[in-house]
Design a protein around this ligand. Structure first.
Ligand SMILES: C[S@@+](CC[C@H](N)C(=O)[O-])C[C@H]1O[C@@H](n2cnc3c(N)ncnc32)[C@H](O)[C@@H]1O
Length: 479
């Protein structure tokens, strides 16, 4: 049972007790104890000819999206992983986020749980940090999930007698957007479906007042037009990891791209023209699929793909001057994430705001899938499992350079403790309204977030003077 006294002083992370029952980490993140799937031991590289080989007649498709993908690959050839991942995540009819609410506030429900669901003190601490660092701001959040973080932000701001000048949420999932309405208590008063209906570049989907009756929350498809007079706080919590990554592997002295292919049967060696790309097969006995399900498999491209040529700048032989490559080295690149970082940096240099990114970080072979709090194969039940990648903050940092902004990084646990999360947790635990059971839960959430989620890092992007302020930290009094 939790001893309330544990948090009576400013929490010392090394003192966090281990006597709480720490359930196995079912977090969507992989904590240091769980590692990404091991790199494939050998290569595969057949991209078969739809015109000469017969796809096996699948006994059954695991999901409707798998059937659709199977058909698409038969017609167009293998798909780069980002195309597969995007379809799995946000396909309008069969996508993971578009058809389900995977978030849970409890480790026994949903597919994963995130920090806002583990502790209200997480969002409260971030809100206090933001209010300290920006005098006024509009709140812009990407991928707000069930809306808990935004709700905790708005509540805390109101307790500090503050309110964002505007509040914009950007999400692809109609189901989660409905959850966000519910969590924020928004009564919608307007739906605008067409770009022509409004004089801005962004498409407003919905708008309405939050339960405080004063904060207007607007759902957009893209960032709102820049307002040079009002700084903005852009929040991405466990959002960038959901954006697809190209996966490149150095094999046989050259760079190749991982593609999603049909689990073909038939001839031993094949050559095929797909979208003007020539792919040559290898002998069947040499094949070891990187990964496969009954109907799909991951293979390596035989010739440089457009992504290899543009992102790694490979020549016709798959050699890159940018990244020389070592046998079996794997590099993941998220073009959408990188372009968002560029956009955030440019906007912030104009409106004097901050971008607050929090995610799990990593490099190499990190693409993985989750279902029901367990790691599963990336090809398993397309559209029903979460596919995610560790964010490469070093790559992100390079995108900030030269855009009039700088960035600052910190481990999540240190950052939150320095911002006073321990003090907030302590006061929640000591509140007369808190039962012992609730106190245990509050403490366990805190411990999980600051102690266990070691791969999580905070990245703040801002103008030079704002970042100097961020580096100085939050005064104790404010905590
Ligand atoms: C892992 S959840 C994180 C939710 C929330 N930030 C949290 O931490 O609890 C990812 C969120 O991003 C949204 N999302 C995923 N891909 C997206 C995309 N391409 N564009 C916009 N939103 C997306 C999902 O609908 C979901 O709300």
């Amino acid at each position: 049972m939790l001893q309330r006294s544990v948090l009576h002083c400013r929490p010392n992370l090394t003192l966090l007790s281990t006597h709480l029952t720490t359930s196995r980490s079912h977090l969507r993140c992989l904590s240091s104890s769980s590692s990404p799937p091991p790199p494939p031991s050998s290569t595969v590289s057949v991209v078969p000819p739809p015109q000469t080989l017969n796809a096996p007649t699948p006994k059954s498709f695991s999901t409707p999206l798998e059937a659709a993908l199977h058909k698409q690959i038969q017609t167009l050839g293998p798909l780069p992983l980002p195309t597969y991942t995007s379809l799995c995540m946000t396909h309008p009819t069969f996508g993971y986020y578009t058809t389900s609410n995977p978030l849970a506030s409890d480790l026994n429900k949903g597919d994963f749980v995130t920090s806002p669901g583990l502790s209200q003190a997480f969002g409260e601490t971030l809100a206090a940090w933001a209010c300290y660092n920006l005098k006024e701001f509009r709140y812009v959040e990407y991928g707000p999930g069930d809306g808990t973080l935004c709700s905790d932000f708005l509540r805390t701001m109101s307790q500090l007698n503050r309110r964002p000048s505007e509040c914009y949420l950007i999400d692809e999932s109609p189901i989660l957007i409905r959850e966000q309405h519910r969590t924020l208590g928004v009564t919608l008063d307007s739906y605008i479906h067409s770009k022509d209906d409004i004089p801005t570049q962004s498409i407003v989907v919905q708008t309405g007042l939050a339960k405080d009756g004063r904060t207007r929350v607007t759902w957009l498809k893209d960032l709102p037009p820049v307002n040079v007079k009002v700084p903005e706080l852009i929040v991405c919590h466990e959002f960038l990891d959901a954006l697809p990554a190209h996966v490149f592997q150095f094999k046989g002295g050259r760079w190749r791209e991982r593609m999603v292919d049909i689990n073909w049967e038939g001839e031993e060696e094949v050559k095929v023209e797909v979208n003007s790309q020539a792919y040559t097969g290898v002998k069947k006995q040499d094949l070891t699929e990187i990964s496969k399900s009954s109907n799909l498999r991951l293979v390596l491209s035989q010739t440089p793909t457009p992504a290899l040529k543009t992102l790694l700048k490979t020549d016709g032989k798959g050699i890159s001057k940018l990244v020389p490559g070592k046998e079996n080295e794997v590099i993941e690149i998220q073009p959408e994430a990188l372009s968002l970082i560029q956009e955030f940096s440019t906007r912030i240099s104009v409106n004097r705001g901050l971008a607050l990114l929090i995610d799990y970080v990593g490099k190499g072979d990190t693409t993985r899938a989750f279902s029901d709090h367990e790691q599963v194969e990336v090809l398993e039940r397309p559209g029903e499992c979460d596919i995610t990648v560790s964010c490469d903050y070093d790559q992100y940092e390079k995108e900030v350079e030269g855009k009039g902004a700088v960035c600052w990084r910190r481990g999540q646990g240190e950052f939150l403790v320095e911002c006073g999360m321990g003090n907030r947790v302590q006061s929640l635990i000591e509140s007369d309204d808190t039962t012992v059971e609730e106190a245990n839960k509050i403490y366990a959430g805190f411990e999980k977030i600051v102690e266990d989620m070691k791969t999580f890092e905070v990245m703040v992007i801002g103008g030079e003077s704002n970042i100097q302020g961020v580096k100085r930290g939050t005064p104790i009094g404010f905590k």
